[in-house]
Design a protein around this ligand. Sequence first.
Ligand code: AMP
Ligand code: MG
Length: 510
Amino acid sequence: MTTSARAGAAPPALDWTHRLTQLGPRFFTRLQPTPLAAPRWAARNESLRAELNWPADLWDHHHLQAFAGNALLSGSDPLATVYSGHQFGQWAGQLGDGRAIWLGEAASSQGPQEIQLKGAGRTPYSRGGDGRAVLRSSIREYLCSEAMHGLGIPTTRALCLVASPEPVRRETLESAAVVVRVAPSFLRFGHFEQFSAPGDEASLRALADHAVRHHLPECHARAALWQGNVYAALLDVVQERTAKLLAQWQAVGFCHGVMNTDNMSLLGLTIDYGPFQFMDGFDPGHICNHSDHQGRYAYGRQPQVAYWNLFCLAQALAPLIGDQDMTLHVLEGYKTLFPRALGDAMRAKLGLTGALAPESERAADWTLVEDLLQFMASEKTDFTLFWRQLSQAVLQQSASEVLTPQGWSAVTDHVQDRARLLAWLDRYSARAGQAHLAAMGQQMLRTNPKFVLRNHLAELAIRQAKDGDFSEIDTLHHLLQSPFDEHPGFEAYAHLPPDWAGQLEISCSS
Ligand code: AMP
Ligand code: MG
């Protein structure tokens, strides 16, 4: 790619393809983004740009204007896609990209990547909404996408964030922003529900074929398990990815907050960051979304809700699979895959991986995990800090000749019921074997993050940004990109939340 521009016509910085548009107009509406006044960069994700091997021109003035919706990127083909969904357990009918505008797929060193402008104005699917996103929630989405990636959790990515003084009305008057999101595909469960609900089997099949061909080619091999039925294989692959994703969420204490079927990615990515939260004090019933009065999406319910959502996807795909028993059989897989994935993730948090995690110990290890989680819940220990302290305690203990209660102080100093934790630590160290503690401690420090995007950290970045200073976004991005590193000098970012954080109310409003 060249950066030299001849007078008048700059060469396209990105190399576009548009496989989605081959599906035809039933799947989307072509339209232009709505211009946004006086845009400025609030954040540029230089590491993602470099990862994708996209040119540095992306940060030039023309791209700033294009990402704000004030100019067209040559070669892009802006559109909004239509999808449906179940929201809070109810069929919500047609939804669609109400404020996200798809620009196309840009070639990258990691294959074609779809680019979306979130907050780029009204679309035919806006349903009375203004098509905008506020700076507050856009900063949260930008940072959390990258935090999840830093944790090794599949997610849509955030390329950059553009802020504008244009006012946007929510509960109060706020200002607008656009998050430029990137993913191999933004397809959701709801895209399939959209065509299945009215019985449009031809469109449903075209969509499923598109997904398999361009995004989930592993379905072809998987079909061998399902009598050659590639649509059963599609459900199976999505089911497996979703199970693994949920295990990863649970293991870091991530609450999504709005697990509606329109917010579930077909690729098993974390998508649509709204009222999410990394839990502070451990509480399986924790509800992060202030608007979720019933606690449908409480932390402890997420795995079950994912299964419910997969059931909706299964219903949508059923006409293609054409075999009710097989459809149900595929879904059954989640009931073993999720517990296995969670078991593996929790064992890894305890440093039990590879040869240290034989199949024969799986059930006993799960008891160990459950007992620890019960202890943590009874104390409401801080989820992130506790695992990090445990990792440090294991390393500390490994240095002494014999195990002593004092050797666990890095974790026991921070709890109320020290005796109960020490009793658990006795069982744990007996299971692990003292000889392994040093290696385990090292591995645990690569598994249990020091830094997560706590609400109060995001809030501080938001407050500064509202005053025109975006530097805190970069600082947080820097830490969250490598959340397992110590980052000397940034200890405060790993501390317990301040008292005022308890008052933060995060709702669907974004
Ligand atoms: P969410 O709960 O953010 O996943 O959004 C649910 C639906 O509402 C999706 O179809 C969104 O595109 C749409 N939506 C949310 N906020 C807005 C807005 N401000 N303007 C237009 N559509 C919106
Ligand atoms: Mg959504």
